[in-house]
Design a protein around this ligand. Structure first.
Ligand code: NAD
Ligand code: GLY
Length: 361
C-alpha cells in the first residue's frame, strides 16, 4: 500500500512515496517532471533490471539515458562529466529533469550533475538499494569522492520527489541489504530507542526481506531523516548527528580504496568505534555498548576495523572530515541509546587509545 511522507522545506518541499511496485505508477512521477526533456541516470547493474519500466512511464517525454559503470570507485567527477556530456549532446535545456535510478552512488552523482547543469535543473530520486531508500535519496546531499576524501566535492540540491519502490529490494544482494541496515540502526541510536528495540526484535525478518517489516523500517527512517533535514537543511547543527560512525567510516573507506568496504559496513564498524569511545568517556554503560554490538552484528555488519589501519592513519584521515572546525575534530558520540551529540572535547590520547585497542580483522 502506498504511503507518503513530506520533507518540509517551504517552496522546496517534496513528497517521499513508499510502497511496492511504485515503478508502475507514472502518476506519482510525471507531475514532478519539469519540461519535456528527461535524462535517466543509472548503471550497468540496475539498467537491465528497472530502466525499461521507468521508460514505459515516460512515453510522453523526450527520454535519454546515461548508463554508467557500477561501483563506489566510479563516484568521481569524471563520471559526472559523462552525465553533463550526455545532457549537452542531447541539447537539454534548463527545463529538463534528471532522474537518478539506482543506489546512493548514482543518486549522489546524478544529483550533483543536476545541481550544476545550467546552474541547476530539476532532479528526481528513484532509489533502489535499502541504503539509498532510507538515507541518501532524502535530504539533498549530492556529490562525488576525491582520492583524498569521501564526498569531498558536492552540493545541496533537493529532489522534486523521491519514489521508493520497496519491491526493488528483492533483487538486492544480501551484503548490500546489510549495508543499508547500518543507516537504519543509526536512526535508532541517535534519535529513537524504541525504534532500536524494534530493530533488535525484527532484524531476522528484515534480513529475510519481510515486506511489511522493510516498509516499516524505511518509513521510520525517512520520517526521522525528513524531520532532521527540515530543521537543518545545510548541516549547521542537528543534521551532523546523522553522521554517527561516519567520521571513522569515511576514514576506512578512503584508506581501503572506495568500494572495498561497503559504505554501510564502514559505518557499522564506525558506529561501534563511536560507541566504544562514548563508553570510555562514561557516557553509556557496558550494557548499552553490548546491545549496540549485538544489533550491528545481527545486521551482518563488521565489529572490527581493518588490520592495516593504526590510530595514526585513522587520525590523519579523520582530520579531513567535513565536520572539522578551526582545526578541531568534531565527533558524533552517544549520550545514551537514542540520544547523540557532537563534541570537540575528546582529547587525542583517549581517541588514540580507543582506536588502537579496537578489534582488528
Ligand atoms: P551503490 O549505489 O553502490 O549500490 C550498491 C550496489 O547495489 C551497486 O552494485 C548497485 O549497482 C546495486 N544495486 C542497486 N540497486 C539494486 C537492486 N535493486 N538490485 C540489485 N542490485 C542493485 O551503494 P549504496 O549503498 O546504495 O549507496 C552508497 C553511497 O551512498 C555512498 O557513496 C555513500 O557515500 C552515499 N550516501 C549518501 C548519502 C547522502 O545523504 N547523499 C547518505 C548515505 C550514503
Ligand atoms: N547521510 C547524512 C546526511 O544526509 O546528512
Amino acid at each position: 500500500m502506498l504511503q507518503t511522507l513530506k520533507v518540509d522545506l517551504l517552496e522546496r518541499s517534496y513528497p517521499i512515496h513508499v510502497g511496492p511496485d511504485l515503478l508502475d505508477h507514472g502518476e506519482l512521477l510525471t507531475p514532478h517532471i519539469a519540461g519535456c526533456q528527461v535524462m535517466i541516470v543509472t548503471n550497468e547493474t540496475v539498467a537491465p533490471l528497472y530502466l525499461a519500466r521507468i521508460k514505459r512511464l515516460l512515453s510522453e517525454f523526450d527520454v535519454q539515458e546515461v548508463i554508467l559503470p557500477d561501483g563506489e570507485h566510479t563516484k568521481t567527477l569524471a563520471s559526472v562529466e559523462r552525465i553533463w556530456d550526455a545532457l549537452l549532446a542531447a541539447n537539454f535545456n534548463r527545463r529538463c529533469t534528471v532522474i537518478a535510478l539506482g543506489g546512493g552512488v548514482i543518486g549522489d552523482m546524478a544529483g550533483f550533475a543536476a545541481a550544476c547543469y545550467q546552474r541547476g535543473v530539476a532532479f528526481v530520486q528513484i532509489p533502489t538499494t535499502l541504503l539509498s531508500q532510507v538515507d541518501s535519496s532524502v535530504g539533498g546531499k549530492t556529490g562525488v569522492n576525491h582520492p583524498r576524501g569521501k564526498n569531498m566535492l558536492g552540493a545541496f540540491w533537493q529532489p522534486k520527489v523521491v519514489l521508493i519502490d520497496t519491491s526493488t529490494l528483492t533483487t538486492l544482494p544480501a551484503r548490500e541489504l546489510s549495508s543499508g541496515l547500518a543507516e537504519v540502526i543509526k536512526y535508532g541510536l541517535i534519535r529513537d530507542e524504541a525504534f532500536l528495540s524494534w530493530l533488535e526484535a525484527n532484524m531476522v525478518r528484515l534480513r529475510e526481506l519481510d515486506d511489511q517489516m522493510l516498509t516499516e523500517a524505511i518509513l521510520k527512517s525517512c520520517a526521522i531523516k525528513a524531520d532532521v533535514v527540515a530543521e537543518d537543511e545545510t548541516e549547521q547543527g542537528v543534521r551532523a548527528l546523522l553522521n554517527l560512525g561516519h567520521t571513522f567510516g569515511h576514514a576506512i573507506e578512503t584508506a581501503q580504496g572506495y568500494g572495498v568496504w561497503l559504505h554501510g559496513e564502514a559505518v557499522g564498524a564506525g558506529m561501534m568505534m563511536a560507541a566504544t569511545l562514548s563508553r570510555s568517556l562514561g557516557w553509556i554503560d557496558e550494557k548499552a555498548l553490548a546491545r549496540i554490538a549485538r544489533v550491528i552484528e545481527a545486521a551482518g555488519l563488521p565489529l572490527h576495523a581493518p588490520g592495516d589501519m593504526d590510530a595514526a592513519r585513522f587520525l590523519e584521515l579523520m582530520g579531513r572530515d567535513k565536520k572539522v572546525l578551526d582545526g578541531r575534530l568534531r565527533l558524533v558520540l552517544l549520550k545514551a541509546l537514542g540520544e547523540a551529540c557532537v563534541t570537540d572535547k575528546v582529547d587525542k590520547a583517549t581517541l588514540t587509545e580507543v582506536i588502537n585497542s579496537f578489534p582488528r580483522t
